[in-house]
Design a protein around this ligand. Structure first.
Ligand SMILES: C[S@@+](CC[C@H](N)C(=O)[O-])C[C@H]1O[C@@H](n2cnc3c(N)ncnc32)[C@H](O)[C@@H]1O
Length: 219
């Protein structure tokens, strides 16, 4: 009982996540087996899993939370021509919520194979899926992002990886011009995106659900 009494809000969040996971037929709660940290570059070999990360600024898997995911998707209103791409998709929670809408496709990009495997499994077991779900196990800086029209990021990494990932997206627009939106939830490195002259800000909320939210479109 003690942990529950000490962290009643956390207990409620976990309970709400379990109820939603059960209803959707998926599993998105982090556990010790899939905490997935690379470790400290000063101490090679200490990390739990190897990866192809270009930089050492990846952040751990934490799901965005069902209430926030649904609010964000209501705001963004993806349509039938949209490809919703979660950069740093973890276990694929928001992909599954989005895929219950009639979108063209949902794509998840994730660094760690154990998380990719769970996200793929969730894509198979999801109840009420209307859009296909594809998981790319790759670093976001080098993944093929040329299909995405809505890029969702829930504070997945630091500024170096963010810069290169945005450049990866910009480069994909040269090959395949299209309207895109960048949806950055808990935008710790918002200034990195604000500095880019090929993007224009559409929304900037100090609080939207649990965290701040900023959205940009290409010019
Ligand atoms: C805060 S979690 C977000 C999980 C998911 N988007 C959600 O809302 O439930 C961040 C995720 O980004 C992944 N990640 C970190 N760096 C990455 C990179 N360079 N390329 C792809 N994924 C990365 C982490 O492994 C982690 O699963």
């Amino acid at each position: 009982m003690k942990p529950i009494l000490q962290h009643p809000a956390l207990f409620l969040v976990r309970a709400w996540t379990s109820v939603n996971d059960f209803a959707l037929g998926i599993h998105t709660q982090p556990n010790g087996l899939v905490s997935c940290s690379i470790g400290d570059p000063q101490e090679p070999g200490k990390g739990e899993f190897s990866s192809n990360a270009r930089y050492w600024d990846n952040l751990s898997y934490v799901p965005a939370g069902y209430r926030s995911m649904r609010r964000i998707l209501r705001l963004v209103e993806p349509g039938s021509d949209d490809v919703f791409c979660d950069i740093g998709c973890g276990m694929g929670g928001i992909l599954c919520v989005a895929a219950r809408k009639p979108l063209r496709k949902c794509i998840g990009v994730e660094l760690f194979e154990p998380l990719c495997e769970i996200a793929r499994q969730n894509g198979k077991t999801l109840r009420g899926r209307k859009a296909p779900i594809e998981i790319m196990c790759s670093d976001a800086t080098t993944a093929d992002l040329s299909e995405g029209t809505i890029f969702f990021l829930f504070n997945p990494f630091g500024s170096q990886t963010l810069q290169d990932t945005l450049e990866n997206i910009r480069h994909s627009l040269e090959d395949k011009p299209r309207a895109i939106r960048i949806v950055y939830y808990k935008p710790v490195y918002k200034s990195v995106v604000d500095a880019l002259d090929w993007l224009v800000k559409l929304h900037d909320f100090d609080r939207f659900g649990g965290h701040a939210l900023a959205i940009w479109a290409n010019r």
